[in-house]
Design a protein around this ligand. Structure first.
Ligand code: OOG
Ligand code: MG
Length: 258
């Protein structure tokens, strides 16, 4: 199957809310590089249709997440303006296949990266804001089952995100900011950002280095999700989700509108 056919399949799976079989099942030679090419084609199509690139995400940056989907290397994807959800509102899941939520630390850039080989100091200096966040995932593959190149093609299961307001820039205890996920009042996951490489800034460094290598740039104002801290929690219509951070809870109710 060509790159464009794969892009079409994933685009239609999302629009029709009907999952497809992971490409690697029939095509074991499907490479990571081809996966990124499909992802790039999906981004181009979304922009053509009027959406807007607002940032990037790192994925599979913690052991909990790697075990979650049985894929053990970090990956990256893109974030669109249409992905952003309001804090405390409802999340419309009419167009989602099998959504999951996970806690993340988000970093918003105040300056660009990519002109020179980035160091940890460079990425820290480029960050203007660090906030607690959550990501909503929705794999376009059946049973949330895929290999590395498949999930990269599917824009790393990206579907939504929500940002908090608590400013964590300069918080030296950021790695120890404990987070709890509750579904309908029941505690399902707990963790802290140290799960992400010991410090989520190292996730941003990994992204900046990969971009530098590819000759791509990160721009001021872009939002970067640094990767899930715990296993993701599946949810369905009527569920209330709370991602509880020190001093700020990100909450939403999932609603099917058909
Ligand atoms: C892959 C996406 C991983 C993260 O934060 O680790 C990801 C998946 O779990 O479907 O977003
Ligand atoms: Mg994530």
């Amino acid at each position: 199957m060509s790159l464009h056919e794969k892009c079409d399949r994933l685009w239609e799976a999302r629009i029709n809310v009907r999952p497809v079989t992971a490409f690697s099942a029939a095509e074991p030679s499907f490479t990571l590089e081809e996966g990124y090419a499909v992802q790039e084609a999906l981004l181009e199509r979304a922009v053509e249709k009027g959406d807007r690139l607002v940032g990037y995400k790192m994925g599979l940056t913690s052991r909990a997440k790697q075990k979650d989907v049985n894929v053990d290397s970090p990956i990256r994807g893109f974030l669109l303006a249409s992905f952003e959800e309001e804090k405390g509102g409802t999340v419309d899941i009419t167009k989602k296949i099998h959504p999951r939520v996970e806690p993340e630390v988000a970093m918003i850039l105040k300056s660009g990266l990519g002109e020179t080989a980035p160091t940890l100091r460079d990425v820290k200096a480029a960050v203007g804001s660090v906030v607690p966040a959550l990501e909503i995932l929705d794999s376009r593959y059946e049973a949330f089952s895929f290999k590395l190149s498949d999930v990269v093609a599917d824009n790393t299961s990206a579907s939504g995100f929500m940002l908090g307001q608590t400013e964590l820039l300069g918080a030296t205890d950021l790695p120890l900011w404990g987070v709890t996920i509750k579904k309908n009042g029941e505690i399902l996951e707990t963790g802290c950002p140290a799960a992400v490489f010991g410090d989520p800034y190292l996730s941003l460094l990994g992204l900046a280095r990969a971009f530098y290598k590819d000759g791509k740039k990160l721009l001021p104002g872009q939002v970067i999700l640094t990767g899930g801290i715990t296993a993701a929690v599946p949810f369905a219509h009527g569920d209330t989700l709370e991602v509880i951070w020190p001093g700020e809870t990100l909450t939403f109710r999932a609603e099917r509108r058909d």
